[in-house]
Write a protein that binds this ligand. Structure first.
Ligand code: ZN
Length: 268
């Protein structure tokens, strides 16, 4: 510290004697420069670091934009999806719940971003039993619960709530998802083959209907950590297989509708 002060003093006396008045005017500037907390080298370093950081930021933003574009690139055209939806539509019975505050509040959904799979946790009950249970909640008032679709032990499908209205099934995701409750014969929560087949088809159909992919299919467990659907929570491999089967179903539907389209164009 003292060495600095000495050198500054030396420089000022040198300036005075050499340049006289004019030199004195210049002195304060030189003095200020010498007192700057950063050396020229440090300032250059900081500038370079800032430029490098900005360059890195630009590169990162470009990568993010590219990833986003890639992810948002729709896999199928709207026209393809409409044909796939028609191709995949399962036989289902529409047996809507009465509008009531316990199971069908009649509130419009947000745009649909996902399909949520559930199990009834009521072994041996049928799709109709579960539909009626939901509808009777307006009387029993035990709880608030419902689902857009229920898939039964024989693979039968009942729609309880229109897909443009919310159902009380998936907690925080009630607003932007469609729910499917699935029946099961016993406590393990495993599904019958008929139920499973119907689940794959109904889920793939809803994916086509809402322009979603198998990656948008989730378990109730993924929303709240609840053990639902039990079998798919306890058997991660079975859950992955289910999603792969939904994906394959969509791919199959896409190839079938493309074949149809080619036939039409050729006039076969
Ligand atoms: Zn559930």
């Amino acid at each position: 510290m003292s060495t600095n002060r000495n050198s500054t003093r030396k420089r000022s006396s040198y300036g005075n004697s050499r340049y006289g008045k004019g030199g004195r005017r210049k002195q304060p500037r030189r003095y200020a420069k010498a007192k700057s907390p950063l050396t020229r080298r440090q300032r250059v370093m900081i500038q370079r670091t800032c430029i490098a950081a900005a360059a890195v930021l630009v590169v990162v933003l470009l990568i993010l934009a590219a990833v986003r574009m890639f992810r948002e690139k729709p896999e199928y055209t709207k026209e393809q999806l409409a044909s796939m939806e028609a191709f995949l539509e399962p036989d289902f019975q529409v047996d809507l719940l009465d509008i009531n505050e316990f199971s069908r509040p009649g509130i419009a959904s947000d745009p649909i971003n996902g399909i949520v799979i559930h199990y009834t946790a009521n072994p041996g009950s049928t799709a109709k039993d579960n539909r009626d249970y939901f509808n009777n909640l307006q009387t029993t008032q035990i709880t608030k619960a419902s689902s857009h679709f229920v898939i039964g032990l024989e693979g039968e499908v009942i729609q309880c709530v229109p897909t443009n209205e919310i159902a009380y099934a998936s907690n925080d995701r009630n607003g932007d998802t469609v729910s499917i409750e699935c029946c099961h014969p016993d406590e393990t929560g495993a599904f019958t083959d008929a139920t499973y087949e119907s689940m794959v088809q109904t889920t793939a159909w809803l994916c086509a209907k809402f322009g979603l992919s198998a990656d948008d299919v989730i378990r109730h467990y993924d929303v709240t950590g609840k053990d639902c659907p039990k079998y798919f929570v306890e058997h991660e491999d079975a859950w992955e297989r289910f999603k792969a089967d939904v994906h394959d179903k969509l791919v199959f539907a896409a190839s079938e509708v493309t074949k149809e389209k080619v036939k039409e164009t050729r006039g076969d």
